[in-house]
Design a binder for this molecule. Structure first.
Ligand code: ADP
Length: 323
């Protein structure tokens, strides 16, 4: 039994926040992350506190990453509102993200001369509750979309007909990622989910999902209408279902053994179905919540911290995996 580990990472100020002369509202001390409500002043009376909520809210996470050297002086040189999810997954050449680090580490451990290794990767995107294969294209360069999710009685949920590529080193993976990124839906909106699977089927087989999740943004924050609104609503469906699944699992873990008969709505969204093993299953899971340090994002940052705080209570073990 092992609980889902949760990390929080603060990005530097972006241009807009810098120009608005935003105040930092995040403090980190060891495992503690504290958020300051900018509407409640140091000298707030009891009445003010009642109206606006507490001035300080403190959370404890497994890891808190505070990019000190960057927060001191520099700021993000783009007008993006993102909190740093993609950056944390991919990084850039001078500051590698989780995907390159994890993949390189995996290959560097495959050195046993008496073992033969086989590594396969897939790259998919969930968009409007549809699964798109980012590595298999139709002639006009459109990714193959609307693949079906199936569930194997022992091996769990999987995407039917998802392409897999054999890779021998991180450069092979990088090339596939570039190819997949070119057809990702990020062009229209930053709200997307991509999932990347590495598989090692030998006599012993294991799998790692690396997920870039559009999670903390609220659908209403995109100012979307029409097609965009539909996209926002479906993405929100995955987000809402993920929130529900996390809440139910967190409660089960508190009540421990009674959890067996509780219904967990994994199948209500594609995202939660595919992540079934990772949430309350027999996997090890780490969630990284990325946040802005600026007062203008107080509401969104607080809701991200609350979301992450609930995920901490999930205990992964095979017995609660039945729905
Ligand atoms: P999201 O995926 O959450 O929408 P991004 O990862 O695209 O957000 O990040 C938004 C911007 O902030 C990008 O320009 C990215 O390069 C920058 N950024 C995010 N996190 C960091 C960080 N820890 N250090 C430096 N720049 C960052």
């Amino acid at each position: 039994m092992t609980s889902v580990k949760v990390a929080v990472r603060v990005r530097p100020l972006n241009n807009r926040e810098h120009d608005l002369d935003c105040k930092f509202i995040i403090q980190m001390d060891g495992k503690k992350t504290t958020i300051v409500n900018p509407k409640v002043s140091d000298h707030a009376t009891e009445g003010d506190v009642g109206r606006e909520g507490m001035r300080l809210k403190e959370f404890t996470f497994d890891f808190s990453f505070w990019s000190v050297e960057k927060l001191d002086s520099k700021y993000v040189s783009q007008q993006q509102t993102g909190s740093g999810k993609t950056y944390s997954m991919m990084g850039n050449p001078g500051d590698e993200g989780l995907i390159p680090r994890i993949c390189k580490e995996l290959f560097s451990n495959m050195t046993d001369q008496t073992t033969s290794y086989r590594t396969e990767v897939s790259y998919l995107e969930i968009y409007n509750e549809k699964v798109r294969d980012l590595l298999k294209h139709h002639p006009h360069n459109k990714p193959v979309h609307n693949l079906r999710v199936r569930e194997h009685p022992k091996q769990g949920p999987y995407v039917q007909d998802l392409s897999k590529y054999i890779v021998n080193n991180f450069e092979d993976i990088e090339e596939l990622m570039h190819r997949g990124n070119a057809v990702r839906t990020t062009a229209s909106t930053n709200m997307n989910d991509a999932k990347f699977t590495e598989d090692m089927p030998c006599e012993m087989s294991s799998k790692i999902h690396l997920v870039d999740l559009a999670g903390s943004e609220r659908a209403d924050a995109s100012g979307a209408t029409g097609q965009r609104l539909k996209e926002g609503a479906s993405i929100n469906k995955s987000l809402v279902t993920l929130g529900t699944v996390i809440s139910v699992l967190a409660e089960i873990s508190e009540k421990s053994r009674h959890g067996r008969n509780v219904f967990i709505p994994y199948r209500d969204s594609v995202l939660t179905w595919l992540l079934k093993d990772s949430l309350g299953g027999n996997s090890r899971t780490i969630m990284v919540a990325t946040i802005s340090p600026a007062d203008v994002n107080y509401g969104e940052t607080l809701s991200t911290l609350r979301y992450a705080n609930r995920a901490k209570n999930i205990i992964n073990r095979p017995t609660v995996n039945e729905d």
